[in-house]
Design a protein around this ligand. Structure first.
Ligand code: ADP
Ligand code: ADP
Length: 222
């Protein structure tokens, strides 16, 4: 069964100060149902790798295969849910309207009320998106990532604006998804999140994978 295959992925950004070699030849294969943490310091290339994985950035060299096809096809089919660091929510919709609108884009979405329940948004369904706090916005973005009922969840620093309780609730929800066989890839700065949640960690530095293995082993190298 095909999962995620990153092969020779490479990306250089042209900047006024010269080229920035953000990702320099990455090979990672992830099997369906695996939970993988992407670790590494700021600037290591984690977000750029995630963008290429999702088809949001075009590699200069190398390839991405998701479930045996292109990222674009997998995303269009609703097989991939993403929660990125950037990107704002559509304004002038309430939380329920936004989730319902996103659900309508996909062939086989989850029930909107189920997603509201899973993400603890019950009390906020009537709230306009622009009125939400940082932690609440993160939860809505999580709901949007889930609503297509994806096989793969890709999360870039998902808990960054959440308080301790919110983080705890978030990972509880994620555990439910992992136990249903979803594939999960997340970038994090919090070593304890990787340790608690991921079987496997991929450590990046300077655009390269410098270690890849069981989280308990990688942890010792960070
Ligand atoms: P990480 O997610 O690990 O912090 P990034 O993938 O965001 O790393 O960044 C890797 C490198 O690429 C950094 O040096 C960053 O400044 C640079 N970079 C990322 N995006 C761009 C961009 N759009 N234009 C120019 N440089 C970029
Ligand atoms: P804020 O930072 O805006 O106060 P948080 O996201 O940190 O918001 O969480 C506020 C409350 O919502 C927390 O007490 C937490 O119990 C609950 N919560 C957050 N995320 C979830 C979730 N995924 N599932 C259920 N409840 C959640």
């Amino acid at each position: 069964q095909a999962g995620i295959d990153l092969h020779g992925l490479t990306k250089t950004f042209r900047t006024p100060n010269g080229p920035v070699r953000a990702v320099r030849g990455i090979d990672v294969a992830i099997a369906p149902g695996e939970t993988v943490a992407l670790l590494g310091p700021n600037g290591a290339g984690k977000s750029t790798t995630i963008d290429m994985l999702l088809g949001l950035a075009r590699p200069d060299a190398g390839s991405v295969s998701l479930f045996g096809g292109t990222p674009e096809d997998a995303v269009a089919a609703g097989r991939v849910g993403a929660m990125l660091q950037t990107g704002s929510l559509l304004r002038d919709l309430n939380v329920r309207e936004l989730i319902a609108m996103m659900a309508s884009l996909y062939p086989d979405p989850l029930d909107v009320d189920e997603v509201v329940e899973l993400t603890g948004l019950g009390a906020l369904v009537g709230q306009r998106t622009q009125k939400l706090s940082g932690g609440e916005t993160q939860r809505v973005r999580f709901a949007v990532a889930l609503v297509s009922n994806p096989d793969l969840l890709v999360l870039d620093e998902p808990t960054v604006a959440m308080d301790v309780e919110g983080r705890h609730a978030f990972w509880q929800t994620m555990r439910g998804f992992a136990s249903r066989g979803k594939t999960i890839v997340f970038a994090t700065h919090y070593l304890e999140e990787a340790d608690d949640f991921a079987d496997r960690a991929v450590l990046m530095a300077h655009g390269r994978v410098v270690a890849d293995g069981p989280t308990t082993e990688i942890k010792a190298r960070v």
